[in-house]
Design a protein around this ligand. Sequence first.
Ligand code: NAP
Length: 241
Amino acid sequence: MSARILLLGGTTEALRLARQLGPETVYSLAGLGRVPDDLACQVRVGGFGGAEGLAAFIADEGIELLLDLTHPYAAQISHNAARAAELAGVPCWALRRSGWQPGADDDWREVDGWDELTCALAPFERPFFTSGREPLAHLHEIPEHQHWTVRCLQAEPAPPRAEIIGARGPFALDEERALFARIRCDVLVSKNSGSASTEPKLQVARELGLPVLLLRRPSLPVVDREFAEIEALWEVLQQRL
Ligand code: NAP
């Protein structure tokens, strides 16, 4: 019989893995993005109610292995996963994707949080935010000399001096080049997700000589096994299935 797995998702890698797994696996999503309806495994949507709620779910459902394949900036759920696995007495394995590394021609600057980011953005006029929904909560604070372009999962109406683009990766290099040309951005804002599917924007920034402001990665808990690549995790996982 196959091991009963709880797979915490929300990333491209998690969906790839979910496609390989059968009905004994529960694939869990927060519910912010698209929920696939063509998987053989069970799909569960919504939070568990903290680490204790997650531990209770693990016990109630007879889960034997917890897989944390959430986004590197989704720190809360990763901390909950590590704690819940401990409470429930099951192993937790995680995909800990490496961050992108700058090349010799890159002008990358790391910032810690929103306040530091807005200070670093002050000299620029046309920032392009690709760091999630956070800028949407600050649209009323756009400085007089700036125009913001914000790309996030869902578009919504934008105030003057802003454009909100709804789009989800992967993003192709040619399309990113065309977008940068159209919006005439002078600085790129990003998380350092390390994902190949969103990396082309960094190539375009490099080609145009644009600075990149990267939000610093949050610290994540140490778990029983950590994998830098989904292929390595899959190889070890197959021995347990
Ligand atoms: P977060 O701050 O770490 O988590 C907030 C809460 O959302 C958690 O405490 C948990 O609620 C619930 N949650 C998160 N992931 C879940 C999952 N896979 N299954 C069930 N509940 C989950 O997470 P976030 O940054 O809001 O991200 C939410 C989801 O989007 C994550 O699954 C992540 O993989 C994905 N995502 C995040 C980013 C990002 O930049 N943060 C980017 C791309 C995708 P309870 O405490 O109630 O259990």
